[in-house]
Design a protein around this ligand. Structure first.
Ligand code: UDX
Length: 440
């Protein structure tokens, strides 16, 4: 093994594309593979096929260096790299809680077939406990006599901060089975380790569980504060003040205590559901049964937001023009997977409203998923003539709206703040009927 192993990244979605580009930035030679030719064409042309701040600039910077290339050919990848990162998706299975491992299994099997020498394979995808051991067996069966080894290395990057989280992660977790595997994975992260990043070396099962435990904790924290919001709504208390007050306790902490429309995206919802499913298979369903409540609290917030709008419109959405601000599951992203905002927009449209959505980045992806909704090209266009505004994703552009300017564009001054980011005093003073989740 050389000082600097050559790397491959298999799967060039959010995780893989970011990982590939960032590893080149850290000084490695990298080849990225995807079975989707259109993704590879885009990357070769220097285009990131999704919105992620800072990533396009890094891709362009490194495309000309000759240290980053992309392919659809497993043989090319196997010939090139010493360390292979598996970064394919594990979506929720249709109609079930369990994760769909088809892409992970296919990636391992395809790679194994082409391996010709001793290499390290690194699983990064979020998987149910027990998958790593199974993939190690698969490698042993499909690539016999090559002494191929496996490491499980969960990824904690957040969309919108993916570059920062990859270059400067708050920890590295390596699930390993041998000293060689540990030494090799360390060599693939040397610059990050040298920067003082904590490294936790574990067995396979712990490494797999670290990821689902971390996401379960984050989801629970959000649903905890949203459960408090439900109580605030019947007591007249203010959940944002409550969060500030309890957040000062360092044991609790203020981060991830923003009450509102709740969590969505490609990770938290499906990861807690996959965890519930896997715990059931392992006979420990009671241990994580609270996650069902976490999921339900989260979904109830969406229904409550629809109700708030209904109350402001005096009991009927029929014929009302509703401006929905935000479609992405969170700001600084164009990802609409399990997006609370888009879910509410569709719910309001089903109840007879004429919905016009505006998201600074996610209009295109939202239109693919909910083509029946109207879409506007700007905030001003979306709110023009509206009977109700629903702020559902807290983009900076929406947080800094002026109540007086917006009042001049709408038909009626009704506003639901689904993310608790506007100042109720200011908006009410400008004549708006203002409703927010968990606030009087
Ligand atoms: C998450 C994890 O944070 C990350 O570590 C993991 O690798 C992947 O899943 P991500 O899906 O990018 O990352 O989004 P995150 O920033 O965690 O937000 C998740 C959802 O929670 C968003 O819909 C967001 O709006 C919501 N959220 C977050 C809240 O409702 N309240 C909060 O206080 C924080």
């Amino acid at each position: 093994m050389t000082e600097r192993p050559r790397l491959s990244v298999i799967g060039t979605g959010y995780l893989g594309a970011t990982h590939a580009v960032c590893m080149v930035e850290l000084g490695y030679d990298v080849i990225g593979l995807d079975i989707d030719q259109s993704k590879i064409d885009a990357l070769r042309a220097g285009r990131i096929p999704f919105f992620e701040p800072g990533l396009p600039e890094l891709l362009v910077k490194h495309m000309d260096s000759g240290r980053l290339r992309f392919t659809t050919d497993y043989a090319e990848v196997a010939a090139f790299a010493d360390v292979h990162f598996i970064c394919v998706g594990t979506p929720q299975q249709k109609g079930q809680y369990a994760a769909d491992l088809t892409y992970v299994e296919a990636a391992f099997a395809s790679l194994a077939e082409h391996l010709t020498r001793r290499v390290l394979v690194v699983g990064k995808s979020t998987v149910p406990a027990g998958t790593a051991a199974r993939m190690a067996d698969l490698l042993a069966e499909r690539a016999p006599n090559k002494e191929v080894e496996l490491v499980w290395n969960p990824e904690f990057l957040r969309e919108g901060f993916a570059v920062e989280d990859t270059l400067r992660p708050d920890r590295l977790v390596f699930g390993v089975r041998s000293a060689w595997a540990e030494e090799t994975i360390r060599s693939a992260f040397q610059p990050i380790i040298d920067a003082g990043t904590p490294v936790i070396v574990t067995d396979f099962a712990t490494a797999e569980l670290v990821k689902v435990a971390a996401n379960s904790f984050l989801a629970t924290k959000i649903s905890f504060i949203n459960a408090m919001a439900e109580v605030c709504e019947v007591t007249g208390a203010d959940v944002t003040q409550l969060a500030d007050a309890i957040g000062h306790d360092v044991r609790i902490g203020r981060r991830f205590l923003n009450a509102g429309l709740g969590f969505g995206g490609g990770c938290l919802p499906k990861d807690i559901r996959a965890f519930i499913a896997r715990a059931g298979e392992l006979g420990v369903d009671q241990a994580v049964s609270f996650l069902r409540d976490v999921d339900e609290i989260n979904l109830r917030r969406r229904a409550r937001t629809v109700e708030f709008g209904l109350e402001l419109l005096d009991g009927s959405y029929h014929g009302a023009k509703v401006a929905v601000l935000g479609a992405a599951f969170k700001p600084n992203s164009d990802d609409v997977r399990d997006s609370p905002a888009l879910d509410v927009a569709a719910g309001v449209a089903r109840r007879g409203a004429e919905v016009v959505v505006f998201d600074p980045q996610a209009n295109e992806s939202a239109r693919k998923l909910q083509p029946q909704l109207g879409y506007a090209d700007s905030l001003e266009e979306a709110v023009a003539g509206a009977d109700l505004i629903m702020l559902l994703t807290e983009w900076q552009e929406f947080r800094s709206m002026s109540p007086d300017t917006i009042a001049g564009l709408v038909s009626r001054r009704n506003l639901v703040d689904g993310r608790n980011v506007l100042d109720p005093v200011e908006w009410r003073a400008a004549g708006w009927a203002y409703r927010a989740l968990g606030r009087p």
